[in-house]
Design a protein around this ligand. Structure first.
Ligand code: ZN
Length: 191
């Protein structure tokens, strides 16, 4: 029951309203399980709504980045990518929050990502990820799929495209090209 009374008045009001709409009994000791569950549901729905909105913004930025690449607007590309990175960081925070608030017990994670795995993934030879390999350290950019066979360069096992502005290590490359999450990219590269 504490969870219910720990909330501010406005949030309590929303939970009570929610209960009323469903003909649940008013808050009280007997119904504390119901109200504790409602509190969790309310919190989760707020987080989920934020996650939805963040994903919408990322999709919109993806469209705008693609448009800017077509227009060759470098300033816009760099700006949008920075904003996309911010939104992705926000999404990761929300996902962690969701896991923390989730009433479901988290399974012990057999597939946990270790620092050692991340290092190994970063050391994966960049060239082996490039469909056409490298010629004198350069190749066609697999990110924006342009025609210039010299636009993408690899140095210190980090890639960079001089046309579209993409820059990153092997993990980011696999994430962006194959659409994997960070843990999945690390798993794939550290095998
Ligand atoms: Zn590129």
């Amino acid at each position: 029951m504490n969870a219910f009374y720990d909330m501010n008045r406005e949030t309590r009001g929303k939970v009570v309203q929610f209960a009323k709409e469903r003909n649940y009994p008013p808050p009280g000791q007997i119904y504390k399980v119901i109200y504790a569950a409602l509190v969790v549901q309310h919190k989760l729905s707020l987080i989920m709504r934020e996650i939805d909105q963040t994903i919408d913004r990322i999709m919109l930025l993806n469209d705008r980045i693609a448009m800017s690449i077509r227009e060759g607007n470098m300033t816009a590309i760099v700006l949008m990518k920075e904003r996309k990175d911010e939104e992705k960081a926000r999404l990761a925070r929300l996902e962690r929050l969701l896991m923390r608030e989730s009433p479901m017990k988290k399974e012990p994670d057999k597939n946990e990502i270790t620092d050692e795995m991340i290092l190994r993934a970063k050391d994966y030879p960049f060239e082996d990820l490039l469909p056409e390999g490298l010629k004198r350290g350069r190749c066609r950019c697999p990110i924006h799929a342009g025609q210039n066979t010299m636009s993408f360069s690899v140095k210190g096992n980090r890639g960079r495209c001089w046309s579209c502005g993409w820059e990153g290590d092997t993990i980011k490359f696999v994430q962006d090209v194959q659409g994997l999450t960070f843990p999945d990219a690390v798993r794939r590269l550290s095998r």
